[in-house]
Design a protein around this ligand. Structure first.
Ligand SMILES: Cc1ncc(COP(=O)(O)O)c(C=O)c1O
Length: 271
């Protein structure tokens, strides 16, 4: 039985919730089960992580005590649920140091986030002959949306190569930025295959210098390293809450002002 206070924690309280544990396995109910006669070991967290008790309890408490239609109900419970939902948006904004919570749009996953940018900003701003610069280390979630956008708009895809060591070939990348003058650079901040981190801090100003916007695929970076969108000065960031202990398949929503393209910046957080 889950004990609840009946209250949704305010921001200050959220910061003090104990999430660290000296025995992290104990935080994950699923790891209490056995598989093939052995304690379960889960090694696919980069695809989707398991959920600790703290997250499962928060979800249950919300469903048991606070759930209602958000943004559309004019009754107390709906207003309470809306406030909790918007508080989550503020927390995500603070987590990535966004300027404003309305820059954060909730989607189902990174793939849907990148597709959102492709269907909104790209469809409104790319034209025949424009170049989208990708790299050879992209996840297909950061390739297929651009292949489809290129088919719709007549834009061209160019791929920056990687070295034998699995790093981005920076010289080749710089040459492509200068010669192709892309409209968009869409690049992973941490490769899911190689584990390498392209130096996006150096890449972003170079892309901006030729007028390109930069989309960062943060699916692997945001769960592992601090990501500050203001310091990085990227234009779009997509990442997945379900890869960092959060729930899967949650409601998608979009901030109306951010969605009305063409806008300059938004961060796509999947919850
Ligand atoms: C680098 C990278 N980008 C995008 C994705 C797609 O993420 P999602 O399944 O949340 O759409 C993944 C998934 O593993 C990934 O590793």
């Amino acid at each position: 039985m889950i004990k609840t206070t009946g209250e949704i924690p305010e921001q200050a309280d959220v910061a003090t919730i104990k999430i660290a544990s000296l025995a992290p396995r104990a935080d994950f109910p699923i790891l209490q089960r056995e598989m093939n006669g052995k304690p379960l070991v889960f090694l696919d967290s980069a695809a989707s992580s398991q959920k600790p008790t703290q997250v499962l309890d928060a979800m249950t408490i919300f469903a048991q005590e606070h759930y209602a239609n958000i943004h559309r109900g004019v009754y107390a419970l709906s207003e309470e649920a809306t406030a909790a939902y918007e508080r989550a948006r503020k927390l995500v904004a603070r987590f990535i140091n966004a300027r404003h919570a309305r820059e954060v749009i909730f989607t189902r996953n990174t793939t849907e986030g990148i597709n959102l940018v492709a269907r909104t900003w790209a469809d409104a701003n790319l034209h025949a002959g424009d170049v989208i610069l990708l790299t050879e280390m992209e996840h297909h979630s950061n390739i297929v949306p651009w292949q489809l956008a290129a088919a719709r708009t007549g834009a061209r895809l160019v791929y920056a190569p990687i070295t034998d060591a699995g790093e981005l070939d920076l010289d080749a990348f710089d040459r492509l930025v200068e010669s192709e003058r892309p409209k968009l650079v869409a690049i992973t901040q941490m490769s899911n295959v190689l584990g390498t981190l392209p130096p996006v801090e150096a890449i972003i100003p170079k892309a901006h210098a030729v007028g390109a916007l930069v989309l960062l695929d943060g699916a692997q970076s945001v769960p592992h390293i601090p990501v500050d969108v203001r310091t990085l000065d990227c234009d779009f960031l997509a990442f997945s809450g379900h890869k960092m202990l959060g729930p899967t398949g949650s409601v998608c929503s979009g901030d109306a002002r951010s969605c009305s393209m063409p806008c300059r910046r938004f961060w796509v957080a999947a919850i």
